[in-house]
Write a protein that binds this ligand. Structure first.
Ligand code: PEP
Ligand code: MG
Length: 883
C-alpha cells in the first residue's frame, strides 16, 4: 500500500480528485503543485493510514516510517536541505486535513525540527537571532499544547510575567537574549508539568505531531463536529508535512487568508486579510487586527492600515493572478492561505470557500452568467437548508435602533436573545426553550455546541476570518465579530457598552448584516424572495419535476407560502381552525352533545365559519389544488383540562361543571395517538365529516364564482387502515357533493383520497386505491407507527440513541428511507398498480427535508408539501433531485 504521496517542484503524486485518500488540503496542495504554482514541497500521509492506525490499536503501518524518511529526503532534495541537520536546516509544518474541513481537530504545528542546536542554525540562516528564538518559543508553545497536551495558557502566563518584569507592552520588544531566557523558562515548565524534557530529536518531534493529528480525529470536539455535520468516522484524516516558509522574517514577510469572492455578500472581488511579519495562525487567532489585501477593500472598510496591494505590490500581483487561475480551475469560489517570505509568495492552501446563503446564491448566479458553470450546476451549488438563513427576519430599517456597539458584519441576519457568556450556559438555556445570544471575547472550537444553541454570536475580538465568523457563517447564524468597544467580564458576568452595564439575561439584538449591536429587541421584517434568490429559484422551477405545495390553514400562512412559490395546499389541518374565539365554544357544544340531533345543531353553527375559512383559502389558492383533511385529533383535545378551565367553560356554556368533567373523563384515552381519532371519528360521527364536506363544496362554488378560476378541492380522510373505513367515509362525502351540486346547480370537480400514515394502509394500498383518488403520505404518523415510537415522547431518548450511534438522524426530521421509505415505495407501487393515474404526495414534516425530498423524487411522487418557510428549500431540493 502507498501510504505517502509527495508533492513539490511542479509535480505531485496526487491530484484534487484524490480527496478521499489525501484529504481536502492534501489533494489541493498536490493539484496546485501540478499547476506549477509556488507551493512549499512536502508530502501527505493518507487517510488510509489513519484508519489503519485505529484498526490496529493506534499503531502505524510497518512501512510508514521508511516511507516518511524517503519523502523527507525528497523534500530535502528540492530545498537543498536536510531534516534535523543543523548544517543545512529543514524545518517543517504538520497539518491535519480530512475530506471535509473540520474545525476541532489538531490544526497545525509550525517550525517543527527546532531544538537547542538547530535554533542556532536558524539564527545564522535567517541572519536574525531574534527571529530564530522567537520561532523556537512559538514552537515549544504550539507543540506542547497540541502534541503534549499542555495548555498554551501555561506559557502565556509565563510570558506575561516576563513582560511585566521587563516593563514591556508587546512581544515584539523582546530581544534575542530575552527570548532565550523565556525558552529556558518554557522548557523548565514542560519538565515540571510533564516530568520529562521537551523532545529535542526532530524525528521524535515529527512522529509526535503525526500521532497527534491522528489522535485528534477521535477527540471530543471532532466527534461533536462530525455528529453535527453528518461526517462519517470512517473517513479518517490525512497528515500534511511541508517545508516551512516564514511569514515572520521581518517587514517584507507576511501571511494571510483570502477568498476569491466576498464570502458574506458574494460580491466578485478578492477579499481577504493579512498580517505583516506574522506566522500562520496569527491571522485567524484574532489577536492582532489584520489588514485588507486590496486597496478597494481597505477604502471600503475605512482602514488606515496599508493594504497588501500598496505594501507589497509584486507579491500582490502574483497573488491576484494565482487566485484568478484557481477560481477558473476549480470553477468555484476559493478560500486561500498564503505566506510571503521575504517578498516571495507561497501558496499554502486552496479549497472551495464556505459562504453564506446569500453569497452562495450570488456566486452561483454570477458564475452561471459568466459561463463558468451551467444553470443546473448553479442550482446544485446551493445547500437547500442554508436558504433558511434568508427566510428569516431582518431588522426593519424604519425601526428605532439603540446602537450600543458596532463590530464587523461577520454573518448576516438579525437575532434577539438573552445574553449568555458561556457555551454551556447557552446550551442549557436553549434546552429550556429560551433564546440566547452567545457573547464571547472570542470563540474557539470548544464553543461549537454553544454557538449551535444560540440565536446569534457576538465577539469583541477577531476579524471576518476569525473562528466565530467562519463557524457562524457555516451554521447560518447571525454573527457580529470584533466589536472592540465592548468590554466583557466573564467573572462578573457583565458586558460594558458605552457606559451601560448589561448582565446575563438582558436582551440584546445583533444585526449580522450591518455589524450593529442593539439594546433590547427590535422590530423585524419578513424576508422576501428577490434578486439572485429569485433567479436561482426560477432555474430550479425549470429543472424540477415534482410540484411543491404547502401545509397551511390560515390565510396568512397560505399567502406567505404563495409568495414563496407554493403551488397549492397539500395539507390543511382543519382542527387548527376550531380553536379561535366562538369556534371553540361551538366545537365544545358539539363534543358535549348527547344525541346526534344536538350534535347536528352545534355543527350547524360551525358550518358557516368553516365555509368562510375555505372561501378565503380557495381565493388565495385560486386555480391551484387544495387538500383539506377531515378532523383528525382525538376530541378531548378541544376540552378544558384544569379545574379552573372547566369551571370557566361550564359557565360560558351553561352546563354544570360536573357534566363537563364527566364528559372529559369519558373521552380520556390511554394512548390517544392510537385512539379515537382520524377517520375513526368520521365513522362514529359521520355528521362531522358531512358538515366539513358541505363547507368545502359550498366554499368551492362560492370562491369559483368570485375568482373565476375554481380550485379542485381534494378531500382527505386521515388515518385510514382498512379499505372499508375509506369506503364508508367516501360515501358520505360523495353524497354531500351531490346535494351541493343539486342545490347550487354548479358542477364541482373534486377528489377524495386518503392519507397513508399507517403501515397497514401502505401494505394494502392496492385495495385502498380502489376508492382513493390520491394518497398523501403522512410520514409523521407513518414514522410513529412504523417504529412504534411516540412522536411526542421521542425527544427524551432519541438523542441518546444518536449519541450511542444507534441511529444517525432523528427519523422524524429526515425520513428513515430503509424502513418507512420502503413502506412509501410499496404503497406508491401498489397504488399505481390499481390506479395508474393516482396522485401521490407527501405532507409529513419530511416534505421540507432535502434528503427526504430526494427520496420522494426517486419513488416518483407528484408533489411534496411543507410548511411555508420551507417552500423555497423544497423547490430547490426537488430541482437538485431531478437534475
Ligand atoms: C402526518 O402524520 O404525517 C401528518 C402530516 O399529519 P399530522 O402531523 O397532522 O398527524
Ligand atoms: Mg397524521
Amino acid at each position: 500500500t502507498k501510504w505517502v504521496y509527495r508533492f513539490g517542484d511542479g509535480a505531485a503524486e496526487g491530484r484534487s480528485s484524490d480527496r478521499d485518500l489525501l484529504g481536502g488540503k492534501g489533494a489541493n496542495l498536490a493539484e496546485m503543485c501540478s499547476l506549477g504554482l509556488p507551493v512549499p514541497p512536502g508530502f501527505t500521509i493518507t487517510t488510509a493510514a489513519c484508519n489503519w492506525f485505529y484498526a490496529n490499536g493506534r499503531s502505524y503501518p510497518e512501512t510508514l516510517e521508511a516511507d516518511v524518511r524517503t519523502a523527507l529526503d525528497h523534500v530535502g532534495a528540492i530545498t537543498g536541505r536536510r531534516f534535523g541537520d543543523p548544517e543545512s536546516l529543514l524545518l517543517v509544518s504538520v497539518r491535519s486535513g480530512a475530506r471535509a474541513s473540520m474545525p476541532g481537530m489538531m490544526d497545525t504545528v509550525l517550525n517543527l525540527g527546532l531544538n537547542d542546536v538547530t535554533v542556532e542554525a536558524l539564527a545564522v540562516d535567517a541572519g536574525d537571532a531574534r527571529f530564530a528564538y522567537d520561532s523556537y518559543r512559538r514552537f515549544i508553545t504550539m507543540y506542547s499544547d497540541v502534541v503534549l497536551g499542555l495548555d498554551h495558557e501555561v506559557f502565556e502566563e509565563l510570558l506575561e510575567e516576563e513582560k511585566a518584569r521587563l516593563g514591556y507592552e508587546l512581544d515584539t520588544e523582546f530581544t534575542a537574549v530575552q527570548w532565550q531566557d523565556v525558552i529556558v523558562l518554557y522548557k523548565a515548565k514542560v519538565e515540571e508539568e510533564l516530568g520529562r524534557s521537551f523532545p529535542q530529536d526532530p524525528h521524535e518531534q515529527l512522529w509526535g505531531a503525526i500521532g497527534a493529528v491522528f489522535q485528534s480525529w477521535m477527540n471530543h470536539r471532532a466527534i461533536t463536529y462530525r455528529r453535527l455535520h453528518d461526517i462519517p468516522e470512517s473517513w479518517g484524516t490525512a497528515v500534511n508535512v511541508q517545508a516551512m516558509v516564514f511569514g515572520n522574517m521581518g517587514d517584507t514577510s507576511a501571511t494571510g487568508v483570502a477568498f476569491t469572492r466576498n464570502p458574506s455578500t458574494g460580491e466578485k472581488m478578492l477579499y481577504g486579510e493579512f498580517l505583516v511579519n506574522a506566522q500562520g495562525e496569527d491571522v485567524v487567532a484574532g489577536i492582532r487586527t489584520p489588514q485588507n489585501i486590496t486597496e478597494a477593500a481597505r477604502i471600503a472598510a475605512g482602514s488606515d492600515k496599508p493594504s497588501l496591494q500598496k505594501l507589497m505590490p509584486e507579491a500582490f500581483n502574483t497573488f491576484v493572478a494565482i487566485s484568478n487561475r484557481l477560481e477558473q480551475h476549480y470553477r468555484d469560489m476559493q478560500d486561500l492561505e498564503f505566506t510571503i517570505e521575504r517578498g516571495k509568495l507561497w501558496m499554502l492552501q486552496t479549497r472551495s470557500g464556505k459562504r453564506t446563503a446569500k453569497a452562495a446564491l450570488k456566486i452561483a448566479a454570477e458564475m452561471a452568467g459568466e459561463g463558468l458553470i451551467t444553470k443546473d450546476e448553479a442550482i446544485c451549488r446551493i445547500d437547500p437548508s442554508s436558504l433558511d438563513q434568508l427566510l428569516h427576519p431582518t431588522i426593519d430599517p424604519k425601526a428605532q435602533r439603540e446602537v450600543i456597539a458596532v463590530g464587523l458584519p461577520a454573518s448576516p441576519g438579525a437575532a434577539t436573545g438573552e445574553i449568555v457568556f458561556s457555551s454551556d450556559e447557552a446550551e442549557e438555556l436553549k434546552s429550556a426553550g429560551r433564546k440566547v445570544i452567545l457573547v464571547r471575547i472570542e470563540t474557539s472550537p470548544e464553543d461549537i455546541h454553544g454557538m449551535h444553541a444560540s440565536e446569534g454570536i457576538l465577539t469583541t475580538r477577531g476579524g471576518m476570518t476569525s473562528h466565530a465568523a467562519v463557524v457562524a457563517r457555516g451554521m447560518g447564524k447571525p454573527c457580529v465579530s470584533g466589536a472592540g468597544s465592548l468590554r466583557v467580564d466573564y467573572r462578573a458576568g457583565t458586558l460594558m457598552a458605552m457606559g451601560h452595564t448589561f448582565r446575563k439575561g438582558d436582551i440584546i439584538t445583533i444585526d449580522g448584516s450591518s455589524g450593529q449591536v442593539l439594546k433590547g429587541s427590535v422590530p423585524m421584517l419578513q424576508p422576501e424572495l428577490s434578486g439572485d434568490f429569485a433567479a436561482i429559484m426560477e432555474w430550479a422551477d425549470v429543472a424540477r419535476r415534482m410540484k411543491v405545495r404547502t401545509n397551511a390553514e390560515t390565510p396568512a400562512d397560505a399567502r406567505m407560502a404563495r409568495s414563496f412559490g407554493a403551488e397549492g395546499i397539500g395539507l390543511c389541518r382543519t382542527e387548527h381552525m376550531f380553536f379561535d374565539g366562538d369556534r371553540i365554544v361551538a366545537m365544545r357544544e358539539m363534543i358535549l352533545a348527547d344525541t346526534e340531533k344536538d350534535r347536528r345543531t352545534a355543527l350547524a353553527k360551525l358550518l358557516p365559519m368553516q365555509r368562510s375559512d375555505f372561501i378565503e383559502l380557495f381565493e388565495i389558492m385560486a386555480g391551484l389544488p387544495v387538500t383539506i383533511r377531515l378532523l383528525d385529533p382525538p376530541l378531548h383535545e378541544f376540552l378544558p383540562k384544569t379545574e379552573e378551565e372547566i369551571a370557566e367553560v361550564a359557565g360560558a356554556m351553561n352546563v354544570s361543571a360536573d357534566k363537563l368533567r364527566q364528559r372529559t373523563e369519558a373521552l380520556h384515552e390511554f394512548n390517544p395517538m392510537l385512539g379515537h381519532r382520524g377517520c375513526r371519528l368520521a365513522v362514529s360521527y359521520p355528521e362531522i365529516a358531512e358538515m366539513q364536506a358541505r363547507a368545502i363544496f359550498e366554499a368551492a362554488v362560492e370562491a369559483g364564482k368570485k375568482t373565476g378560476s375554481p380550485v379542485v378541492p381534494e378531500v382527505m380522510v386521515p388515518l385510514v387502515g382498512l379499505m372499508k373505513e375509506l369506503d364508508y367515509v367516501k360515501a358520505r362525502i360523495d353524497a354531500v357533493a351531490k346535494s351541493v351540486m343539486q342545490e347550487t346547480g354548479v358542477n364541482i370537480d373534486y377528489l377524495v383520497g386518503t392519507m397513508i400514515e399507517l403501515p397497514r394502509a401502505a401494505i394494502r394500498a392496492h385495495v385502498i386505491a380502489e376508492a382513493a383518488e390520491f394518497f398523501s403520505f403522512g410520514t409523521n404518523d407513518l414514522t410513529q407507527t412504523t417504529f412504534g415510537i411516540s412522536r411526542d415522547d421521542a425527544a427524551s431518548f432519541l438523542e441518546t440513541y444518536r449519541q450511542k450511534g444507534i441511529i444517525e438522524q432523528d427519523p422524524f426530521v429526515s425520513l428513515d428511507i430503509e424502513g418507512v421509505g420502503e413502506l412509501v415505495k410499496i404503497a406508491a407501487e401498489k397504488g399505481r398498480a390499481t390506479r395508474p393515474d393516482i396522485k401521490l404526495g407527501i405532507c409529513g414534516e419530511h416534505g421540507g427535508d432535502p434528503a427526504s425530498i430526494r427520496f420522494c423524487e426517486s419513488v416518483g411522487l407528484d408533489y411534496v408539501s411543507c410548511s411555508p418557510f420551507r417552500v423555497p428549500i423544497a423547490r430547490l431540493a426537488a430541482a437538485q433531485a431531478a437534475v
